[in-house]
Write a protein that binds this ligand. Structure first.
Ligand SMILES: NC(=O)c1ccc[n+]([C@@H]2O[C@H](COP(=O)([O-])OP(=O)(O)OC[C@H]3O[C@@H](n4cnc5c(N)ncnc54)[C@H](OP(=O)(O)O)[C@@H]3O)[C@@H](O)[C@H]2O)c1
Length: 285
């Protein structure tokens, strides 16, 4: 029985696709959103909306009341661990929901991953039923470089020659859907990757092929990347966390793949070429 599912992070990369898929399958969904402005489109597809802010713990209790499962996704910022731990505590107070944690697979050098690991440990020792999804670097992250790829055919990134088993967010959504609506996933942790480990040189080559023009990868020093992220408006804590993640990737942290997406969903994960074809217009194609 799937029951009622609370989804956090409803407006973000993953859950903006996961929620319509759940509703399409007739699943009862409650979403926690911060802004009333984001509620209407969810209500239109039959989602029950609770307005709340995970940085305000008093708003969490009404969201976790009477749910059977929680898709627990939090932001990348410095309060990530506290937010998730507060949800776990409130959930325990409210009953015995199965928590499916949207975690991450990256180097422990990164403050973001350190917080993610802390949440995983808290969840595992909470006494609640749990499943952990550990996706690695999203293919969709390359959209941050879309402007220079479109204008000059340049891909600036800071993963050196490191290869990553990067994953299309649509495969994370499909995996989350399978775990939330299926059975036998309690007490299991799944590292989620794409079909192959590729470097940013490979990414640039694929864009060249798909867009029909030369795209060149230039490795940027981490400090320069940090400065440009801060200039783009990223809080420094998060920009440093990303930098630490990219350092791990350049050292080969995610130079491997798993078959978990296929095992969970019944279909192979999408390749980078498939991703690039489907989103070519974002990159000026
Ligand atoms: N990017 C990657 O390569 C990658 C890879 C693996 C794992 N991850 C992990 O995935 C998670 C992010 O997932 P995502 O990319 O699907 O989400 P996302 O696009 O980063 O969106 C974050 C979501 O969290 C919500 N949110 C932020 N602060 C909140 C608060 N104080 N209270 C309630 N909601 C809040 C946002 O809502 P608003 O619309 O109100 O801002 C939004 O819905 C992070 O934990 C990250 O570490 C990322």
């Amino acid at each position: 029985m799937t029951g009622k599912i609370l989804v956090t992070g409803a407006t973000g990369n993953t859950c903006s696709g996961l929620i319509p898929a759940l509703r399409g399958a007739g699943v009862d969904v409650r979403a926690l959103v911060r802004e009333e402005a984001n509620a209407q489109s969810l209500r239109e597809i039959g989602v029950e909306v609770v307005i709340g802010d995970l940085d305000q713990p008093e708003t969490i209790a009404p969201a976790v009341e009477d749910v059977d499962k929680i898709y627990l996704l939090t932001w990348n910022g410095p309060t990530q661990a506290k937010q998730a731990k507060d949800v776990i505590a409130a959930a325990k107070n409210a009953g015995n929901p199965h928590i499916v944690r949207h975690s991450m697979w990256g180097s422990e050098k990164s403050r973001i991953v350190q917080q993610g690991d802390e949440v995983e440990e808290t969840l595992k020792s909470s006494g609640l039923p749990w499943t952990i999804l550990r996706p690695t670097f999203y293919m969709q992250n390359t959209m941050m470089a879309a402007q220079t790829i479109a204008s000059d055919g340049m891909l600036y990134w800071d993963t050196g020659d490191g290869k990553l088993g990067m994953i299309d967010v649509r495969d994370i959504q499909d995996s989350a859907f399978a775990v939330l609506t299926g059975s036998g996933h309690e007490g299991r942790s799944y590292i989620l990757t794409g079909p192959e480990a590729i470097s940013m040189h490979d990414v640039a080559d694929t864009f060249s092929k798909v867009l029909g023009k030369d795209v060149t990868y230039v490795n940027v020093p981490h400090e320069a990347s940090l400065e440009s992220m801060v200039n783009m408006g990223f809080p420094e804590w998060i920009a440093r966390g990303y930098g630490e993640l990219m350092e791990g990737f350049s050292e080969g942290f995610a130079n491997s793949t798993t078959d978990n997406v296929e095992k969970l969903t019944g279909h192979p994960p999408r390749s980078f070429e498939q991703f690039a074809r489907d989103f070519a217009q974002v990159y000026g194609g």
